[in-house]
Design a binder for this molecule. Structure first.
Ligand code: FES
Length: 190
């Protein structure tokens, strides 16, 4: 998924976030933690991480210290405090996958992208997870997940083609976005 990091500078985006916080506060008047989770999901899904600016903003809106918000965001592995690539790759290192060669798949992913497990490619397209345990599809080992897509019975010689599919998808999405921005800009000048 390509993120909308440019929205960090958009007053409309922050206004939308405030409206969401207000709705969650009203729906969960007794628990700021319950109100916080969907808000953090929204931020994470927009940016691919939870930026410090968002932590401070949300904390202020909920009337709690920023360290509390940071503590919740750090507790759940879904949230990241550091920018992630558009796609997160998890090569299962659980027992069933390991005995069927998942380490070679992980090595090939890292070789193709020139990163180590836990790192993000410089173009911010891929992050390779360093902590993928059983992904719940042991019968299809070795298993690799890219975001929510499950790739079953993956062999090292298939990795390049799989990654190429995501690179092509990202290019298409970027092109579509650029076209939209151009259409918007033209509309404003008309
Ligand atoms: S061990 Fe890999 S999916 Fe279960």
């Amino acid at each position: 998924m390509l993120y909308q990091r440019e929205a960090l500078d958009s007053p409309q985006w922050w206004q939308g976030l405030d409206e969401m916080i207000e709705r969650e506060r009203e729906a969960n008047p007794d628990s700021w933690q319950t109100a916080l989770i969907p808000v953090l999901h929204y931020v994470q899904d927009c940016f691919g991480y939870v930026p410090a600016k968002a932590i401070n903003h949300v904390a202020q809106a909920l009337g709690v210290p920023a360290s509390y918000v940071c503590g919740v965001a750090s507790f759940y592995s879904y949230f990241s405090l550091e920018p992630r690539g558009a796609y997160t790759i998890s090569v299962c290192q659980g027992t069933a996958c390991f005995v069927r060669g998942s380490q070679s798949v992980l090595d090939e992913v890292c070789r193709q992208l020139d990163v180590k497990p836990g790192e993000t490619t410089p173009d911010m397209l891929f992050t390779v997870s360093d902590s993928a345990r059983c992904l719940g599809a042991c019968g299809q080992a070795p298993v690799m997940m890219i975001d929510d897509d499950v790739h079953a019975n993956v062999q090292p010689n298939e990795v390049q083609d799989i990654l190429a599919g995501y690179i092509a998808e990202a290019r298409r999405e970027m092109q579509a976005r650029e076209e939209l921005i151009e259409i918007d800009a033209r509309a404003q000048h008309e």
